[in-house]
Design a protein around this ligand. Structure first.
Ligand SMILES: [Zn+2]
Length: 221
């Protein structure tokens, strides 16, 4: 049920709308009938509102369930990278497994050990102990970004291959880039501000990177 609440939360954030059964099935890689069964249970526990022909949305209780798992997940990812030497590509699956099994006490101690971090290794905001999200400015998806210079603020944690690709090409949180070229078929050529080789990102990768604008003293053309 926690996984479903979390999936609905993420999908709601993406679409800002009711979430359909088929979207949840895709997201969790399960069949639609499996999702329907689980939605019955979530509805019984008043974790979701269900509207015929439209889809589902989380109730306030459902949102709390989702935020607590998200907090556990992101704290675990932070702990694994910071204290157990995991790379940002390898933490998501481990955190997915562990997130349902840690107590509030353990989560609180992990948070304290890490000095109450506001973001995880992928730049995603971590809900605090009262499940509020830190105030963060909204970043844009790289593939939709319209300015020339940018700083990497967040990357999607779902695809380890994308994360490895980014690391191999020197892209990390805080990397400053200038966009040089976008081909009509969606290949993004970017140049690191710090110097070094330019990097080409396929559309799929560019869609998983979130950036903010950055003022550069001087952009070399
Ligand atoms: Zn993750």
């Amino acid at each position: 049920m926690e996984d479903y609440s979390k999936a609905i939360y993420h999908l709601q954030q993406e679409t800002d709308d009711e979430v359909r059964t088929s979207e949840i099935a895709d997201h969790l890689d399960v069949t639609a009938p499996t999702v329907s069964n689980m939605l019955d249970k979530l509805e019984d526990q008043e974790l979701i509102n269900r509207e015929k022909y439209k889809g589902v949305s989380l109730t306030l209780d459902g949102e709390q369930v989702a935020l607590e798992v998200i907090r556990n997940h992101r704290l675990l990812e932070s702990y694994l990278t910071e204290h157990l030497d995991y790379s940002w590509a390898d933490v998501h699956d481990e955190a997915d497994r562990l997130e349902h099994h840690i107590s509030d006490e353990l989560a609180a101690r992990v948070a304290a050990t890490l000095n109450d971090p506001e973001t995880d290794p992928h730049g995603a905001p971590i809900p605090n102990s009262t499940l509020e999200l830190p105030d963060k400015h909204v970043e844009s998806v790289l593939s939709e970004f319209e300015e020339e210079a940018m700083i990497v603020e967040q990357v999607s944690d779902r695809d380890p291959e994308v994360l490895e690709y980014l690391s191999e090409h020197g892209i990390d949180l805080g990397t400053e880039l200038v966009i040089r070229k976008v081909t009509p078929f969606g290949l993004y050529t970017l140049e690191p501000v710090e110097g070094g080789e330019s990097v080409s990102l396929p559309e799929y990768v560019a869609q998983s990177v979130r950036v903010a604008s950055v003022e550069l003293a001087y952009i070399q053309h």
